[in-house]
Write a protein that binds this ligand. Structure first.
Ligand code: NCD
Length: 311
């Protein structure tokens, strides 16, 4: 594998191999010096054209733990503010001889387009409503760690599916790994057509909550007009939020997930965040070994040798 633009770039067995490789890198994280020389001499550029906290830091740490050189590019401090086109920006970055470009962009399809303009590997860190493949992988990793497998598990995405690249990539990954995926949302937060989506749709969270193995809550995308699509945040919470009352109906070993950033008291009530079934911070932690695996697969030397130690 070189570039990773979409979950569809990976077969089911490649998905599993990626999670296995991530598990090896999780072991590296436990070491006193949590670092291997695997990507020494390689350069990774983090090109974030949209704001991010966890994804950017996570890719940055992942690349450093593989001993790559990391360059951070922020659109607000770049010549993009002088009107430079995306193509010229990317061609300029690649002319400096970088091995991988990790890109986040508000436009769906930007990473695909960029991959035509550069010989560097392109890793999609989230594009518009389209895909966020490393999020899907870290979510699958978290579920596998906790529940052993995704096969046969009932996983619900609840909330703003239409604006969500997390849901689009997660649905594909979870279904490929054998899960039964349910969407729980009002009609206004679902895409106009779900043709070809491997999902079941229910309109009421209360109808399914007690049957779920994973309840995955999506952020209301205020910046993408998500909030205009239902009457009020209060009503949204009442119908689709994880309140303490609903949490009490979840199975004792079910998982509560959210990609962050959370709107506390909207998707999930503050007291439920501390429920032992909530794995939101495990998801964040899984991001590092998973992104190490993705970067290694893209530009690494082939097989990972677990004996590697930082020099
Ligand atoms: C998500 C994103 O940016 O796509 N956050 C993340 O990467 N963890 C989800 C979101 O913004 O709702």
């Amino acid at each position: 594998m070189r570039s990773l633009i979409s979950i569809e770039d990976l077969t089911a067995s490649q998905l599993t191999e990626m999670l296995d490789l991530a598990a090896n890198f999780a072991e590296v994280q436990q070491r006193e010096v949590p670092k291997v020389p695997a990507l020494r001499g390689k350069t990774v550029v983090l090109a974030f054209f949209e704001d991010s906290t966890r994804t950017r830091i996570s890719f940055d740490l992942a690349a450093r733990r593989l001993s790559a050189d990391v360059v951070n590019f922020s659109v607000g401090q770049s010549s993009a503010t002088k009107g430079e086109s995306l193509r010229d920006t990317i061609e300029t970055i690649s002319a400096m001889g970088v091995d991988a470009i990790v890109i986040r962009h508000a436009s769906s399809g930007a990473p695909q387009q960029i991959s035509q303009w550069t010989d560097s590997a392109v890793i999609n860190a989230g594009d518009g409503w389209h895909q966020h493949p490393t999020q899907a992988l870290l979510d699958a990793y978290t579920i596998r760690e906790r529940l052993g497998t995704l096969a046969g598990k009932r996983i619900a995405f609840c909330g703003d599916v239409n604006h969500s690249r997390v849901a689009r990539s997660g649905i594909q990954a979870f279904a490929a790994l054998g899960a039964n995926v349910v969407l729980v949302a009002p009609r206004t937060l679902l895409p106009a057509s779900l043709e070809g989506w491997p999902v079941e749709v229910v309109e009421s969270l209360d109808d399914v909550i007690s049957e779920l193995d994973v309840a995955y809550f999506l952020r209301i995308q205020k910046e993408r007009n998500g909030q205009a699509l239902f009457p009020s945040l209060r009503e949204y919470r009442q119908r689709f939020g994880l309140t303490a009352q609903r949490a009490a109906r979840l199975k004792p070993d079910a998982l509560i997930m959210h990609p962050g950033p959370m709107n506390r008291g909207v998707e999930i009530d503050p007291e439920v965040i501390d429920d032992p079934r909530a794995v939101v911070l495990d998801q964040v932690a899984a991001g590092i070994p998973v992104r190490m695996a993705v970067l290694f697969s893209a530009i690494g030397p082939g097989q990972f040798d677990g004996q590697d130690r930082a020099a």
